[in-house]
Design a protein around this ligand. Structure first.
Ligand code: FES
Ligand SMILES: [Fe+2]
Length: 347
C-alpha cells in the first residue's frame, strides 16, 4: 500500500476533533526549510503527528512517522546511516520506503512485510519541504506555486521557523488583515495618521483569493527601503487555501519585495510559522538587516495574536463583529468553513 492509498490514522493525543483533523490532513503544509535538512534527521510535528525527515544520498527527502514500531521509541533518538534510519533501542533499520531492512537480533529470519513505518508524500520546492498526512485523490489540494522562490533574480531569506501559541487560522488571518497596520505596526511601517481602510475587492481564484490594496506606509531608516519617507505600497495578496499566503509589495520600477506566510499547525493551539521573504532588488543589503526588519514587524503581531480569544478562528460569521475592512478575513473564514474545517472553529 502506498502513502497515497493509505487511510491516515489519527495521532496519539490528537488535540483536534476527528473531523477537523481529517479535513486539515488532506492539505499540504511546509514542515521544514530545505537547508534545515542536511546531514542528520530532523524531528517535526504536524497536526499532532511526530515526523522525522531526512535527505537520502540521492538528495531525496523522506518523511516518516517518528516512531519505531518495534517498541515505540522515537526514531530521532537514533541516527541515519546511508539511506536508512537506525533505531537507537535495538538497532532496527528502515529504508526510504519505510520498510524494515534489518533486525539485528535475528538476522537469519525473514522480515515481515508489515514491519514498515508510515511514510508520507513530499514536495521540495523553492527551499521548502511540504508534506501531506492524509492525501485524498479526490481533493484538489496542492502546494502553492510561488515562482519567485525559483527565480534566480530573487533572493530568498528566512530564519529558523518559530513556534507560536496560536491557532494557524488566527495567525494567517492576522497576515491578511489590512486594518491593523496603522495600530500595532506604528513602531515600524504603520502610519498612525492614516487609519482609514479604503474599500477593496476580494477576488476568488482557483486556489484561494487575490486582493490588491494600497497603503501609505511610513518607511523608517531601518525599513526594507532604508529611506525616511512616506510611500504608497501597492500590496498584492494571493492566498492559497487553506493556510498559505504570498504578499507581494510593489515599490515601482520592477522592485518587488515578497513576504510569505505559511502557518503549519503543530497542534490545535500551537503553530510553526514559515515566514520568509524574497526580493529582486538591493541585493547588497545584508540578509541580517532585512530579516531583522521583518522580525520586528512579526514581533509586533505575536502578542496580539497569541492573546486572541477564542483561540480558534470562528468560522461561523455570526460570531465576532465584522466591518467593511474585514472583507478579506470574512471570505477566508467562509472558505475555511466550506473546506469542512469545523462547524464552529478551524485549526
Ligand atoms: S524500539 Fe526500535 S528497535 Fe526496538
Ligand atoms: Fe501585522
Amino acid at each position: 500500500m502506498t502513502a497515497h492509498q493509505r487511510i491516515a490514522s489519527l495521532p496519539h493525543h490528537c488535540t483536534f476533533t476527528e473531523g477537523e483533523w481529517r479535513a486539515l490532513a488532506r492539505h499540504w503544509y511546509p514542515i521544514a526549510y530545505s537547508d534545515e535538512v542536511a546531514g542528520k534527521p530532523l524531528a517535526r510535528t504536524l497536526l499532532d503527528q511526530p515526523l522525522i525527515l531526512y535527505r537520502t544520498t540521492g538528495r531525496q527527502i523522506v518523511v516518516a512517522r517518528d516512531l519505531c514500531i518495534h517498541r515505540g521509541v522515537p526514531l530521532h533518538l537514533g541516527w541515519q546511516e546511508g539511506d536508512e534510519l537506525v533505531c537507537a533501542y535495538h538497532g532496527f533499520r528502515y529504508g526510504t520506503d519505510g520498510r524494515c531492512t534489518k533486525v539485528p537480533a535475528q538476522p537469519e529470519l525473514p522480515i515481515p512485510r508489515n514491519l514498515c513505518l508510515e511514510t508520507y508524500p513530499t514536495v521540495e520546492r523553492g527551499g521548502l519541504i511540504w508534506t501531506c498526512l492524509g492525501p485524498d485523490p479526490s481533493s484538489s489540494a496542492t502546494v502553492p506555486d510561488w515562482p519567485e522562490l525559483e527565480d534566480p533574480t530573487y533572493r530568498m531569506l528566512h530564519d529558523p521557523p518559530p513556534e507560536w501559541d496560536v491557532t494557524a487560522g488566527r495567525q494567517l488571518e492576522n497576515f491578511i488583515d489590512v486594518g491593523h497596520f496603522s495600530w500595532i505596526h506604528a513602531g515600524t511601517f504603520g502610519n498612525r495618521e492614516r487609519p482609514e481602510v479604503a474599500p477593496y475587492d476580494v477576488v476568488r481564484t482557483p486556489s484561494g483569493f487575490h486582493v490588491e490594496y494600497p497603503y501609505l506606509a511610513v518607511n523608517t531608516a531601518a525599513s526594507a527601503l532604508g529611506t525616511e519617507t512616506t510611500i504608497e505600497r501597492w500590496m498584492v495578496y494571493d492566498l492559497h487555501l487553506p493556510l498559505a499566503c504570498r504578499l507581494m509589495i510593489d515599490y515601482g520600477e520592477g522592485r518587488r519585495h515578497c513576504i510569505f506566510d505559511a502557518p503549519t499547525p503543530v497542534s490545535r493551539r500551537r503553530t510553526r510559522i514559515f515566514f520568509f521573504i524574497a526580493r529582486n532588488f538591493d541585493h547588497h543589503v545584508p540578509a541580517r538587516q532585512l530579516l531583522d526588519w521583518e522580525n520586528s514587524i512579526l514581533a509586533e503581531d505575536k502578542p496580539i495574536v497569541e492573546s486572541q480569544r477564542p483561540e480558534e478562528l470562528p468560522v461561523d460569521l455570526s460570531e465576532e463583529f465584522h466591518i467593511r475592512s474585514d472583507r478579506f478575513a470574512t471570505q477566508f473564514r467562509a472558505a475555511m468553513r466550506d473546506l469542512g474545517l469545523g462547524a464552529n472553529y478551524s485549526a
